[in-house]
Design a binder for this molecule. Structure first.
Ligand code: ASP
Length: 615
């Protein structure tokens, strides 16, 4: 037997027991004739004491950091207790020991505060995983996994595996492809999600499906994306939107309770997509803090039911006609930042540069400081008289001591920049606390999105999402072709809402799904709206259309971004830290050194010739 106990297990009540431990050498400390060794395993650290006699043996064969050591001895009370260690009251007086394996000197220290940089830690991920901080993340991931499985199992869901080698089912991203040796010149695609399979399972009658499953998307990687990531993927038959919201609200609450000990009793807040865009400039609003957006001006078609607090929008807006920076702007948005009226010129200049970065592309930024005595100082004093400024301040619901920041420009870009600015200011003001969790549902998304490059509609969620039942007619009876790109907001399709929903946590979309189209005709109409002719529909989705001809039940589902959910629950936004073997930002596994070239024989078997000139 290699061990009787783990390194995290022994306490004062075990005093006097003879035990054998095995683990890795964390530290070796010599004090004259005696030596202390901290021995570490997955469960904790225990101090070993080597007395005079064993010390000689130890000197002949000294264990270094990360050696694998087995030691047998008696549990004793420590004279110098360590309250920071669970085993800190005891130590093992070693009677015999054996070095089970040696280690070369690790390239960084295996400690919470390691000296290893990111790249080095990724190259030696197997060592990084020994660190307590990383281990905690992996443990948390498993706890979330277990909680999700337990909940779904209790609710009668079945875990059914779906294939990885499939046919390309475009869902907005690029596919990873795998060449087929047995079918020369042909390729499988790796699934971007099991979307069509889970729908087929509904057609087959497995009315509650789930899978914690890898998905693959060949996207340009932003800081917190991975080319292969994990979803908690679910689908249910004979359900309406309300049933899905109920079921998965239940799941997230169960996870919070099991993993964080946080009990949510109230139902999750719900927000329409339109309200989210209107109040936060974003469809995944961070509701841990206020600082809502004030819509001073906007294109009326984008928000048909909304009004500017300043009154009329468009060319009649009170913002117009003063020769100021808002005269030509389609959209003018403001946010009141609490307690920042004392910002210096340098600080507002720096913020202006921040919004002018190419990622946001704003031309500038206007500010109004509301001094604590109620007077104003603004960068538009020379254009707007005091009454106009007063009206803006009132519209923005600003208080003395606030700083109003105003962005103006084209609708989409300005809204995005305002949302980013809101998040940035909240970050600077310490309002995005990673110990606070704000969940909500965002509902009623548009079914379509306009793609300016192609001048056509694309599915906002995916092409299997159903429109609101009362809008099916609008879809059937209107031609999807967009005549005039600049007037796409006037097209009847722009107003069609989807039976789609996202779950949002602290400004992140952690889950998203929809009620699906289950009638063949409507699905064909949807594909056609996305520019697919009959032939292409058959080629790409013949199997699904075919299945819908054999009694498809009404169904819907959702998928949660498992990695991101774990990261947020762990108080981080970096999903890489919660994946045992992640890729870096260029999609590389630096430990394996993958992707890599394959040898000519393999290429030949696959009937593939590589043009090496560009590599
Ligand atoms: N398959 C979808 C996704 O990956 C989720 C869903 O609609 O269930 O986003």
């Amino acid at each position: 037997m290699y061990r009787t106990n783990t390194c995290g297990e022994l306490r004062i009540i075990n005093k006097g027991t003879r035990v054998t431990l095995a683990g890795w050498v964390q530290t070796v400390r010599k004090f004259g004739a005696i030596t202390f060794v901290d021995l570490r395993d997955r469960y904790g650290i225990t101090q070993l004491l080597f007395g005079e006699e064993l010390n000689k043996q130890l000197e002949q064969d000294p264990p270094g950091r990360e050696f694998v050591l087995q030691a047998t001895g008696i549990v004793n009370e420590r004279s110098n207790k360590n309250p920071n260690l669970a085993t800190g009251d005891i130590e093992i007086s070693v009677q015999s020991f054996k070095i089970l394996n040696k280690s070369v000197l690790p390239p960084f220290s295996i400690q919470d505060d390691t000296d290893g940089g990111d790249e080095l830690r990724m190259k030696y991920r197997f060592l990084d995983l020994r660190r307590n901080t990383v281990k905690k993340n992996i443990e948390l991931r498993y706890a979330v996994n277990r909680a999700a499985r337990n909940y779904l199992h209790q609710q009668g869901f079945m875990d059914i595996e779906t294939p990885f080698l499939i046919k390309s089912t475009p869902e907005g991203a690029r596919d990873f492809v795998v060449p087929s040796r047995m079918n020369p010149g042909q390729f499988y695609a790796l699934p971007q999600s099991p979307q069509t399979f889970k729908q087929l399972l509904m057609v087959s009658g497995y009315d509650r499906y789930y899978q914690i499953v890898k998905c693959f998307r060949d996207e340009d990687l932003r800081a917190d994306r991975q080319p292969e990531f994990t979803q908690i993927d679910c689908e249910m038959a004979f359900v309406e939107q309300e049933d899905i919201l109920d079921m998965f609200e239940g799941m997230i609450k169960f996870i919070f309770k099991e993993v964080k000990g946080i009990e949510y009793t109230e139902t999750l807040p719900r927000m329409t997509w339109e309200d989210a865009m209107w109040n936060y400039g974003n469809d995944k609003p961070d509701t841990r803090f206020g600082m809502k957006v004030t819509n001073l001006n906007f294109p009326q078609q984008a928000f048909p039911g909304k009004q500017s607090p300043l009154g009329t929008v468009g060319s009649e807006s009170p913002l117009r006609g003063a020769g100021g920076p808002f005269d030509d702007a389609e959209t003018v948005l403001a946010i009141a930042i609490p307690g920042c009226s004392e910002y210096s010129r340098k600080q507002t200049d720096e913020l202006t540069e921040w919004v002018k970065r190419p990622q946001l592309g704003m031309k500038g930024m206007v500010f109004i400081k509301i001094n604590t005595d109620g007077t104003y100082k603004s960068s538009i004093d020379k254009f707007y008289n005091e009454n106009r400024i007063k009206a803006i301040v009132a519209a923005a619901r600003a208080e003395p001591g606030d700083l109003i920041l105003i962005l103006a420009g084209a609708e989409e870009r300005t809204r995005k920049a305002t949302s980013e600015l809101r998040m940035e200011m909240a970050e600077r003001l310490g309002l995005r606390k990673n110990t606070e969790f704000k969940l909500l549902w965002v509902l009623d998304f548009p079914l379509f999105e306009y793609n300016p490059e192609a001048n056509r509609w694309v599915a906002r969620h995916h092409p299997f999402t159903s429109p609101k039942p009362e809008q099916i007619d609008t879809m059937i009876h209107n031609n999807p072709v967009i005549q005039n790109a600049s007037a796409y907001l006037d097209h009847p399709y722009a107003g069609i809402k989807a039976n789609a929903y996202d779950m949002v946590l602290n400004g992140n979309e952690i889950g998203g799904g929809s009620i699906r189209i289950f009638q063949r005709e409507l699905q064909e109409k949807m594909f056609a709206a996305l520019g697919m002719d009959k032939e292409e529909q058959q080629h790409k989705f013949g199997f699904l259309l075919n299945a819908f001809g054999y009694g498809a039940p009404p169904h819907g589902g959702i998928a949660f971004g498992f990695d991101r959910l774990c990261a947020i629950l762990g108080g981080s936004e970096i999903i890489r830290d919660f994946i045992a073997f992640p890729k870096n930002n260029s999609g590389r596994d630096v430990m394996l050194d993958a992707p890599s070239v394959i040898d000519d024989k393999q290429l030949e078997e696959l009937n593939i010739t590589i043009q090496r000139k560009n590599i």
